[in-house]
Design a protein around this ligand. Sequence first.
Ligand code: 13P
Length: 341
Amino acid sequence: MNLTELNRVATAMVAPGKGILAADESSGTIKKRFDAIGVESTEASRRDYREMLFRSKEAMSQYISGVILYDETIWQDAKDGTPLVKLIEQAGAIPGIKVDEGTQALPMCPGETVTIGLDKLAERLKKYYERGARFAKWRAVIDIGSGIPSMTAISVNAHALARYAALCQAAQIVPIVEPEVLMDGDHDVDRCYDVTQRVLNKTFQELRVQRVALEGMVLKPNMAISGKTCAKQASVEEVAEKTIRLLKACVPAAVSGIAFLSGGQSDEEATAHLNAMHKLGPLPWGLTFSYGRALQAAPQKAWSGKAENVTAGQRAFSHRARMNGLAAKGEWQSSLEQKAA
Ligand code: 13P
């Protein structure tokens, strides 16, 4: 393992004013997104859509540090035969790959899951590295509900995240460690804070036990945020203040960077929260976005599967990327959104 090189990549992933595009929807998830815009999900339509994003010059060269791909996409070529991975590299961004294989019911723990995909992971990582991937992602899912999460679910998921992270670093790939506490439910922001604290503490304990180098990884957490159906929604300032307090308490300064998931927040909420956190700086780690839905909802709608809408789709993507790039420096203002509209 070359830690200097891992650290270089991890630092580039959270470079000031840049963040990560999570375009790693599984075939099932992208079908749901395409259903919503009336587009049939085929290998070709998935390729066309992602090619549109990766060819968005402004977004990709100025605001996007890296792109998380799904297995199908990393092997796909653009219409003109250029590998999609090459398009990302040519724009100056780093290709990454989702390597977990989704969740499975956790025995003895009703309603809870564990993320799977460790079998043969070392061999898969080798092939992804050869194809150009320099970082990877593994997502653990923790649900909040009555009596859950159990310590069992937190513990097995943290263990798997650390197993994955160690395998990545041995393969010279930067692991994105993603323990996602879901926003679903009517719990308040303080319950989210408490659960996320337990999850992060357990995750870093496992990372230490399994000798993962914190300087060569990126953490992808949820924010401390109210449940979607909670009657009392925390303000932007409260989310920012509690999230930073939580991360300072749980995430060692040696960690190269933190890149949030959007998790079902609206586009603008996700931007406003990141921006408000930067107003609370200086921070010990790079802090940015690794958004899926909050970066792609607008371009998906603008594109709607039509070749004549590619420019509109790219414009919508570049706008969201720029807004989040500004937020990653604390330089975003809501008036910038209205101007664009
Ligand atoms: P969202 O931003 O849509 O939550 O997706 C990010 C991601 O990669 C979740 O694993």
